[in-house]
Design a protein around this ligand. Structure first.
Ligand SMILES: [Fe+2]
Length: 248
């Protein structure tokens, strides 16, 4: 069960299929053997419930002066335009009762159009883009909405097993109103052919729940001659919230 580059996709897919009937919850399974590198990084015992301490009932608050609106456009951080498919990505941040969460910090990071992160640990042979760093942030508006302009990231290889590829995704981080609402997750694009093969996406074994992580194409967000639009809403809070990132 250790990470092995010789493990074949067929073996991982068989393990995914074996666990696919588990309907135990809408969140990623922490104990999910097909995601090899998580084997030693998840709790071996059930969590012990504790009352939140006072510090956990608060969260950092970011004011309008902390975040420049230009930080929501990932395509203007350098001298030239990044390569790739320009997209508008927007949605609303809501609580579990459907109420908008205003003034919340939304942070994203992602690979470039070739599937390469501008990070020293990503050394796979796809080109870096001198005009794309791949991180941005914004504050939600009064109606809980956020909006980014970026490029669609490419899929990239990882070493979970031989020939393992991640579906294209954008990482999201939200602090929430209290630390207990902290959410780090990944957003995906509709129709990705790698969904069925990816142990991170499949670690949410409830199909309806994992679909909550897939944005939908929205022609009303698409701007003529300029960018296609994707919409993705996020629900913060206990219970029916957006699934978190599949990591211990
Ligand atoms: Fe990633």
């Amino acid at each position: 069960m250790t990470a092995s580059p010789t493990t074949k996709q067929a073996e991982i897919s068989a393990e995914i299929a074996e666990l696919a009937d588990d309907r135990s919850g809408a969140q990623p399974r922490l104990d999910y053997p097909p995601y090899r590198s998580s084997r030693l990084r998840h709790p071996g015992q059930p969590p012990v419930p504790v009352d939140p301490e006072l510090v956990e009932l608060h969260s950092p608050v970011f004011g309008v002066q902390d975040v420049d609106p230009l930080e929501a456009d990932l395509t203007i951080a350098h001298r030239g335009e990044p390569l790739g498919e320009r997209i508008v990505l927007s949605g609303r941040l809501l609580d579990t009762d459907g109420r908008p969460l205003a003034g919340q910090l939304v942070e994203i990071w992602q690979a470039n159009a070739s599937g390469r992160y501008a990070h020293q640990r990503d050394q796979h042979p796809a080109p870096l883009d001198p005009n794309f760093t791949g991180n941005g942030r914004c504050l939600t508006g009064p109606d809980g909405s956020y909006r980014f302009v970026t490029i669609k990231p490419g899929p990239y290889p990882w070493r979970n097993h031989h020939n393992a590829w991640r579906p294209a995704h954008i990482h999201f981080s939200l602090f929430g109103r209290v630390f207990a609402e902290r959410l780090v997750t990944q957003m995906y694009f509709p129709g990705d052919p790698l969904f069925g093969l990816d142990p991170i996406y499949q670690s949410i074994t409830d199909p309806a729940a994992r679909e909550l992580l897939v944005a939908r194409y929205d022609h009303d967000l698409t701007e003529p001659e300029w960018a296609t639009g994707y919409r993705w809403d996020i629900v913060l809070g206990p219970g029916a919230g957006t699934p978190t990132e599949a990591r211990p």
